[in-house]
Ligand binder design. Structure first.
Ligand code: ADP
Ligand code: 5GP
Length: 203
């Protein structure tokens, strides 16, 4: 059996419900490692340093880049976001699945450099519903919401590069669909090198 975990790239436009879907998925799969990103954006009410993100300054972010501490990073809506490399490598080597919740530019980079990674895009039922969710969440000012919706159109247009697309209309269905997709991904041929090697070795 393969002892290495799956690297899962998880994206979707701001406000689609990534955090909401992931929270439920992770509660049901406590062994899956959620990669905590570093960001230069300010915490929203209720967010905690070291839980949702590592909230750091631009200088600290530049230092992380300089010492090659990030697996990938991108600028999004005026802030930097990046994936600390070491915890991801450690969890994968322990055989745990790892979820990177990242935007499309970073996703493309990870997928280019890690062809064995599995990618999943969370899609809103419509732009109208996405707008409603983002506005009703009430965590960003009007200009930021507008900027995020522009980025969302661009991200949705690129959703076809992902292995799987799950629509978050009913939350329960989206979580169940994510579960099915990631379960199936565990049987993917592109992650079977170790299994193939072990079967052939056992002659
Ligand atoms: P993201 O992490 O993608 O930015 P959030 O998880 O913060 O999005 O969700 C954005 C808003 O949409 C939140 O107020 C959340 O409660 C709501 N939401 C999430 N999923 C659904 C859904 N399936 N139906 C209706 N509202 C949803
Ligand atoms: P938010 O500010 O809403 O938490 O996140 C904004 C966007 O940044 C989301 O699309 C989220 O997936 C993405 N993001 C969060 N962490 C990272 C990261 O480490 N790298 C990249 N490339 N994007 C990230």
């Amino acid at each position: 059996m393969s002892s290495k975990g799956l690297l899962i790239v998880f994206s979707g436009p701001s406000g689609v419900g990534k955090g909401t879907v992931l929270k439920e998925y992770l509660a049901a799969h406590p062994d899956t490692h959620y990669s905590i990103s570093a960001t230069t954006r300010a915490p929203r009410p209720g967010e905690e340093h070291g839980r949702e993100y590592y909230f750091i300054s631009r200088e600290q972010f530049q230092e992380l880049i300089a010492k090659d501490g990030l697996l990938e990073y991108a600028e999004y809506s005026g802030n930097y976001y990046g994936t600390p490399k070491a915890p991801v490598q450690e969890a994968l080597s322990q055989g745990r699945n790892v979820i990177l919740e990242i935007e499309v530019q970073g996703a493309k980079r990870v997928l280019r450099e890690n062809p064995q990674a599995v990618s999943l895009f969370i899609m809103p039922p419509s732009m109208k519903e996405l707008t409603r969710r983002l506005v009703d969440r009430n965590t960003e000012d009007e200009a930021t919401v507008r900027r995020r919706l522009d980025t969302a159109r661009n991200e949705i247009a690129q959703a076809g590069i992902y292995d799987y697309i799950v629509v978050n209309d009913s939350l329960a269905k989206a979580v169940a669909d994510m579960d099915s997709v990631l379960h199936a991904a565990g049987f993917s041929g592109k992650n079977a090198d170790k299994l193939i090697e072990e079967v052939l070795k056992n002659a």
